[in-house]
Design a protein around this ligand. Structure first.
Ligand code: NAP
Length: 283
């Protein structure tokens, strides 16, 4: 069996970021430059790294970004007031509340407070509703990035069997909606799914978003399938790995994403793209 071709998310994301940079460079002088504000509550080290990467990517693309650190013991009212001020500020186009939040805060309550037109994570119920009714506005970054990767393989999704393993609000569910909109026949699996093997083995396109290292083995993959690994898991050794066992899966798949360097860079590129969209208001 031949080895799969690698979907080079890193390179595809770099191309997208360069085209965003070009558009920002041509931004009309009389309009406020695209601006993203990222709110981090507390100082969770993993969140700090994610936010730092987002801010750096914005800088490289010419998008103005602000990292607002609020104390871990901030009250919900405090955050609601903060979000309200950003909603009112015409210089701010994108607002992102970095998750996870400290336990005493309700993520859904705060996300619901963000102006849907500035919700660059695409998690607001207005934006999920728009996606579910087939009129996408601001779409969650990771599944949107996966669609760009699929496009790059040249694989025709119309009529294809697509299986998504993992049904979270931020990845699996919106992913299923995007695949459906592209004409695929979609199966959305969760932890209660009976005979996951059988579902996966039918998949022409298999998306893994579970959060368990090496969970999808080569034996679960249909020969020639396109395999997208959304998972990011840190092993005890410190090494990052995906939800797909790359070694065995790459012997069966036609195309496969690596971890790192696959879906991850696309998530950030799509955040920039959503910020630009929000600044243009072209949705
Ligand atoms: P999550 O909220 O924990 O959801 C995991 C999903 O997997 C749930 O729907 C769960 O089912 C399902 N699941 C768990 N065990 C399963 C099993 N044995 N069989 C089938 N389904 C099972 O996770 P998430 O936020 O979607 O993230 C998933 C992974 O993607 C994580 O590794 C995360 O780090 C990664 N991620 C990566 C990016 C990126 O930029 N590359 C972005 C976001 C997330 P139930 O619904 O039944 O609980």
């Amino acid at each position: 069996m031949t080895h799969a071709s690698i979907i080079t998310g890193q390179a595809i994301a770099a191309e997208l970021r360069a085209s965003i940079r070009q558009e920002v460079d041509r931004w009309p002088a009389d309009l406020p430059r695209p601006r993203l504000v990222v709110i981090q509550v507390g100082d969770d080290p993993a969140s700090s790294v994610y936010v730092k990467n987002k801010v750096k990517a914005c800088e490289e693309a010419g998008i103005i970004s602000e990292h607002r650190r609020l104390p871990a013991d901030s009250t919900e009212q405090n955050l609601v007031d903060h979000i309200d001020r950003l909603n009112q500020d015409s210089q701010v186009h994108g607002i992102l509340v970095q998750l996870p939040l400290p336990k005493h805060l309700s993520a859904s309550k705060l996300i619901d407070r963000i102006d849907p037109n500035k919700d660059v994570d695409g998690f607001h119920p207005i934006n999920s509703g728009a996606l579910f009714s087939g009129q996408p506005r601001l779409v969650p970054c990771t599944p949107a990035g996966v669609m760009v990767l699929l496009e790059h393989t040249g694989f025709n999704l119309r009529g294809a069997e697509a299986v998504v393993v993992g049904a979270s609000n931020i990845v699996g569910k919106p992913q299923a909606m995007l695949l459906l909109a592209a004409g695929a026949t979609v199966t959305l699996c969760n932890s209660k799914t009976k005979d996951l093997h059988a579902h996966c083995q039918r998949a022409d396109v298999l998306i893994a978003a579970v959060g368990r290292a090496g969970f999808i083995k080569g034996s679960m993959i249909k020969p020639g399938a396109v395999v997208i690994d959304v998972g990011i898991n840190r092993l005890d050794s410190g090494r990052l790995c995906g939800d797909v066992d790359f070694e065995s899966a790459s012997k069966k798949a036609s195309w496969i994403t690596p971890v790192p360097g696959g879906v991850g860079p696309m998530t950030i590129a799509m955040l920039l793209s959503n910020t630009l969209k929000a600044a243009r208001r072209t949705f």
